[in-house]
Write a protein that binds this ligand. Structure first.
Ligand SMILES: [Zn+2]
Ligand SMILES: [Zn+2]
Length: 275
């Protein structure tokens, strides 16, 4: 029973990740328009109506923009916090079903479970998610201002992580954004920098993790090579050479299995030298 995921969109243009496992399929966020979401699902070989639920992390447009129309058109329930539903105008929306969940709660769809983890971000009640089937689990966090203890703990048992690596502080400081927006992004309820992610990978990564996908990169305040370099250097410092790092492009990724190839697992912590 394996778990795999596919990023359908990443960054300020719109975020959505398809996760499949245990004969269930869920979408994490619906920040693309409903037509574009359906097209990207179909190009992944997935019928939009076959989704079991859309979990909405928070109300910002790049995460929730398509939720209402997609849910109504394809008959797919929405799941999220009460705060998100209210702030996104979904509480009274005509959609097939709204499944409320508080931070810390878990919802089960057949063999797939989705756990909601509260994160620090300037939204009503924002969430990260841990999606699991059996022993495999994906930790999924976009839009958070700092690494809270609760999130690091929730991610410790995950086999793969998708985490935002939003900005490089120097590029942000010297970039075109107004100061108020720079302060918001840099603040404790803004976004994670490349350095924040590096700290997570060096100090907070659980032993089970074999794969990291860097997502939600800012086009103006980051560069893919800077994000990748910061993450790879952190993993090297931590002696975690077998952890594979990839970037989610704005238009998404191919399918990514949560379980890394066996060859990579053998390389872990330089163990190859012993064989
Ligand atoms: Zn966002
Ligand atoms: Zn946000």
């Amino acid at each position: 029973m394996s778990l795999r995921f596919r990023v359908l969109g990443s960054g300020s243009g719109g975020n959505a990740t398809l996760v499949e496992g245990g004969s269930s399929r869920v979408l994490l966020d619906a920040g693309l328009g409903p037509r574009q979401l359906a097209e990207r699902l179909e190009s992944a070989g997935v019928d939009p109506a076959s989704l079991d639920a859309v979990f909405v992390s928070h109300e910002h447009g790049d995460h929730a923009r398509g939720a209402r129309a997609f849910s109504a058109k394809w008959g797919v329930p929405l799941a999220g916090t009460r705060g998100t539903f209210r702030a996104a105008g979904l509480a009274e929306a005509k959609v097939p079903a709204l499944v409320e969940m508080a931070p810390g709660e878990t919802r089960t769809i057949r063999r797939l479970t989705v756990r909601a983890v509260g994160v620090p971000h300037d939204a009503a009640s924002p969430l990260a998610f841990v999606v699991s089937v059996g022993e495999e689990s994906l930790g999924h966090a976009t839009d958070l201002g700092h690494l809270s203890r609760g999130l690091v703990d929730a991610f410790r048992g995950c086999s793969a992580l998708l985490v935002e690596s939003n900005y490089d502080p120097a590029l942000l400081r010297d970039g075109p954004y107004p100061w108020s927006l720079k302060e918001r992004i840099l603040g404790p309820l803004g976004h994670l920098s490349n350095g924040d992610v590096a700290r997570l990978l060096e100090k907070g990564l659980g032993d089970a993790c074999r794969r990291v996908v860097l997502a939600h990169l800012s086009r103006k305040n980051n560069h893919p090579e800077l994000a990748l370099q910061a993450a790879e250097e952190a993993l090297l410092r931590a002696g975690r050479r077998a952890v594979e790092v990839a970037l989610a492009a704005p238009e998404g990724t191919d399918w990514i299995p949560v379980r890394a190839p066996r060859a990579a697992a053998g390389r872990r912590d330089g163990q190859l030298r012993l064989f």
